[in-house]
Ligand binder design. Structure first.
Ligand code: NAD
Ligand code: WQD
Length: 336
């Protein structure tokens, strides 16, 4: 039995494939390489001793999906494939709805046809918008503030409706908080195109001299030091969350949304100080205006993941900082 991993050459997907290999699980990756590179397959093989089968295809290509399901004995799908830049989704909403929502629809249709009814979906804490309460539990109101967030919510709704229509479906929607860090080998990690949108790759690029200084977006939020607070989670912990979620298919049918976070919030300024201390590198920064659309604080109530699938994050902030820098310093230009 094989797991189909869409988007498996991407940042979170590649780390998850490594953890699946460690358990002896066979994997087929399907990715259109729109935001990843083939060399990731070599790196996965270097770490795990096993090369995943790779199919270069788009999740919107129904014929390609049908042939994957007919040629392989797929028992479940982990669905990472998607576009993920919030700003880009505001500028190009139709591309996002097509790739993310229509793509997920095609995938679910192909799964339905092949009678493969187990799926883990990469959702996001972005579905909570400006959160109703803190820490954020899975029953908080769902509201989104941009097309990317709307895509995630619509896909969740589509999956929920499917579960209502057919009790054989089991869907685990993992709502990630802020994934950071890299595999401890330094062989796989986050490889953003152009100027990073996210905090952690920006910090590591300042550390390596690629960027002059970090702009801290706002120091006047209602937080202990005025900068934004987030729940950063090590990408390997996140990958292990997917492995645990596979165990839910036998015991939890229907639609199950589950937060993957640590439950701890750290501010931007705390992140900078922590990086500086752990890696002994100074990060020059300036205080800039707030970034439009940002919220003050966002951190998880992670108990449901512990109760339902015996998962909790085990890697702390120091490990995130160390591994993020190990990846960046070994690969100053990413996978180039
Ligand atoms: P990533 O861009 O590194 O990986 C996504 C992969 O999907 C890439 O390899 C890309 O080539 C592929 N892909 C995109 N569209 C495709 C399509 N139409 N057909 C086939 N392949 C396609 O991103 P990531 O950070 O690994 O994120 C994985 C998933 O997790 C995404 O769905 C993202 O929205 C979600 N997520 C990410 C974060 C984060 O901060 N990284 C947070 C919450 C949720
Ligand atoms: C974190 C904090 C910024 C960059 C985004 C998406 C979300 C999810 C994860 C996919 C904030 C501050 C950032 C910089 C800064 N992705 N910051 N200077 O905004 O919490 O979440 O990525 O689902 O949907 O919205 O993450 O890393 O961009 O920002 O001061 O150069 O760092 O203001 O407080 P965010 P982030």
């Amino acid at each position: 039995m094989t797991i189909l991993v869409t988007g498996g050459t991407g940042y979170i997907g590649s780390h998850t494939v490594v953890e699946l290999h460690k358990l002896g699980q066979d994997v087929v990756i399907l990715d259109n390489l729109s935001n990843s590179k083939l060399i990731v397959l070599d790196r996965i093989e270097q770490i795990s001793g096993k090369r995943p089968l790779f199919i270069e295809a788009d999740i919107r290509d129904a014929a390609a999906l049908d042939s994957v399901f007919s040629e392989h004995d797929i028992k479940a799908v982990i669905h990472f494939a998607g576009l993920k830049a919030v700003g880009e989704s505001v500028a190009e909403p139709l591309r996002y709805y097509d790739n993310n929502v229509a793509g997920s629809l095609r995938l679910l249709e192909a799964m339905s046809k092949a009678k493969v009814k187990n799926v883990i979906f990469s959702s996001s804490a972005t579905v909570y918008g400006s959160p109703e309460r803190l820490p954020i539990d899975e029953d908080c109101a769902l509201r989104t503030t941009n097309p990317y967030g709307a895509n995630k919510l619509q896909i969740e709704q589509m999956m929920g409706d499917l579960c209502v229509s057919d009790a054989d479906w089991s869907v685990v929607a993992l709502r990630y908080f802020n994934p950071v860090g890299a595999h401890e080998s330094g062989l796989i990690g986050e490889d953003p195109k152009g100027i990073p949108n996210n905090l952690m790759p920006f910090i590591t690029q300042v550390a390596s001299g690629l960027r002059a200084e970090l702009s801290v977006f706002g120091d006047d939020y209602d937080t202990p030091d005025g900068s934004g607070v987030r729940d950063y989670i090590h990408v390997v912990d996140l990958a292990l969350g997917h492995v645990k979620a596979l165990g839910l298919f036998t015991k939890a049918i229907g639609f199950n949304p589950i937060n993957l976070g640590t439950g701890n919030g750290y501010s931007v300024l705390e992140m900078v100080k922590s990086f500086e201390r752990v890696n002994e590198i100074k990060i020059p920064f300036n205080i800039s205006p707030r970034r439009p659309g940002d919220i003050a604080s966002c951190y998880a109530q992670p108990n449901k993941a512990l109760t339902m699938m015996d998962w909790q994050a085990s890697k702390g902030l120091d490990q995130m900082m160390k591994d993020a820098w190990h990846w960046q310093s070994n690969n100053p230009n990413g996978y180039e």
